[in-house]
Design a protein around this ligand. Sequence first.
Ligand code: SF4
Length: 74
Amino acid sequence: MNCGKQVYTWTKEGPVVSKPMACVVGCTTCANLCKGKAITFPDKNELRALYKKEKLWEKVTRQLKKEGKLNPVK
Ligand code: SF4
């Protein structure tokens, strides 16, 4: 697998998603490189609409600030 985040692990049965939370939102590298077209992701416009509808960016921003992982630029 061609994931720089090591989301996949090879097993005797084939690749498995072993670190799903390490996947980068918006990245589609593995799907683009998969010759068998076995990997798909939701359409980016559908994701943008969902994020807007559910106000997910606001929730993510709040959570990151709460965890101290997002600091305003001074
Ligand atoms: S989308 Fe990107 S980060 Fe996520 S598993 Fe594929 S290559 Fe890795």
